[in-house]
Design a binder for this molecule. Structure first.
Ligand code: ATP
Length: 422
């Protein structure tokens, strides 16, 4: 089957039409356009990938600007890198200019210059399977450009670097090698494996910033089987470059397998729960609590996530004891609702004792959905002044409802009047 037929078979028509149209726009601007990276690799593996990377042998900015105009699409230009993102329904298209890279210092980001030669651009990539281009220009429609034998390595099911200094230049490729091998069930090609071992023996990732390592760990959480990959990172010694205590994961492996299921279960009750924050919190339980905060600050993860992780770790230190001591439904509710929903998730993952799990389940299944029927505005309308008293009133209403007293809206307003004395 030709690649054109494969695209037509595995993708909706919109994807094929989009590629053809982008190729034509490039042609009109006197450029050659190629799909590159994961999209092409996945196409050869006959799987879909709706994050499409397009590379042109010239400046991608005017090209992307024109494409966005013709697609009538939202487009974000990043002038400094000569790249752009275009958002189309159901897919994102990233445009980049063919580049050449020189690594002046191992582990540091490379010096980049534009190049009109697409082999230069493919040569700066991590593995042969990711260094394949697919021409989408009308003169060479859906023709592969594969100077490093990526298609052959996909058939051989192997991850192969492009040159002997690859891991040294960019040790994040060590993490990427294991990630792709695990995702596709591929092996490292023998020379790549030797160079992988040498790079680790030489502590190559020690030159990489915590931010870049955190980004790799974060990607691991998005894989289908994060635990197997995490174990592979750990046995290769790659996690300990993020923090020395990660030579051993303190939480049982099983907990990591359950993160997705627990996050999904909780997402029905708590709209803003973050699976990602739950993964990180579980992972960070393996290091001394005081060391988690500087690590999070250096991780480059979004502040909203690092705050949630930090709050979760802090609560995790005290909430289990409070929960054991909680002797009515209101106290259970108060203990857990004052912490992040991720704290509840983390406890579900880490505790097996019935005196904790039964209360967690009561909170999730029953208590978390109980709310006052009235709002703060209702209280203000009946003449209660905004302030701490409103919080007390809500607490009392909740206490009664959570402990099984049925209350209508009117009952709640009557109670509010009694408490406030109006
Ligand atoms: P995924 O399916 O995980 O998104 P991907 O191959 O699209 O896989 P990205 O991390 O989005 O992965 O990278 C896009 C492309 O950029 C890769 O296919 C690869 O060619 C190149 N690339 C990414 N990171 C590196 C790196 N550290 N060194 C060299 N090339 C890289």
């Amino acid at each position: 089957m030709s690649l054109t037929e494969t695209i037509q078979q595995i993708y909706p028509d919109e994807v094929y039409n989009t590629l053809v149209q982008i190729g034509q726009i490039a042609h009109r601007l006197g450029l050659k356009a190629y799909a590159v990276g994961g999209f092409v690799r996945d196409l050869l593996l006959q799987t879909t990938n709706f994050d499409i990377d397009i590379m042109v042998n010239g400046d991608a900015i005017p090209f992307a600007t024109q494409a966005a105009k013709e697609f009538n699409a939202e487009c974000k230009l990043i002038d400094r890198f000569h790249t752009a993102h275009m958002y189309l329904p159901g897919m994102t298209v990233d445009f980049s200019s063919a580049r050449k890279e020189i690594y002046e210092q191992p582990g540091a980001l490379p010096t980049v210059s534009l190049s009109s030669n697409i082999t230069d651009d493919l040569h700066r990539r991590d593995f042969t399977i990711n260094a394949i281009a697919l021409s989408i220009s009308p003169d060479k429609p859906f023709e592969l450009v594969d100077p490093f034998g990526g298609a052959r390595d996909i058939e051989r099911k192997q991850i192969k670097i492009l040159h002997a200094k690859s891991f040294e230049d960019d040790p994040t490729r060590l993490y990427r090698a294991l990630r792709f091998a695990d995702r596709f069930n591929f092996n490292l090609e023998p020379t790549t494996e030797d160079l992988f071992d040498t790079a680790i023996a030489m502590n190559a990732p020690a030159t990489v910033s915590p931010k870049r390592i955190a980004a790799e760990i974060d990607k691991c959480f998005q894989e289908k089987r994060p635990l197997t990959l995490l174990n592979k990172y750990q046995s290769a010694g790659l996690l300990s470059f993020f923090h020395k205590s990660f030579t051993r994961l303190k939480r049982p492996a099983f907990s990591f397998c359950m993160v997705k299921a627990v996050a999904t279960r909780l997402s029905f009750k708590f709209k803003n729960i973050s699976e990602n924050a739950l993964f990180w919190s579980l992972l960070l339980l393996s290091i001394p609590p005081m060391e988690a905060q500087p690590l999070l600050n250096a991780s480059g993860l979004p502040h909203s996530i690092t705050n949630t992780i930090w709050n979760t770790l802090t609560s995790f230190a005290s909430v289990p004891q409070k929960l054991i001591a909680a002797n009515d439904k209101f106290s259970i509710y108060k203990t857990l609702s004052e912490a992040t929903p991720e704290t509840t998730g983390l406890m579900l993952l880490c505790f097996k004792q019935p005196e904790i799990t039964s209360k967690l389940n009561t909170y999730v299944n029953e208590l978390s959905k109980i709310k006052p029927a009235i709002s703060g505005d209702d209280l203000i309308e009946i003449g209660i002044a905004p302030g701490p008293q409103i919080r007390d009133i809500f607490e009392q209403i909740l206490r009664q409802k959570l402990n099984g007293i049925e209350m209508t809206r009117k009952d709640e307003l009557d109670l509010a009047r009694r408490i406030s004395g109006i």
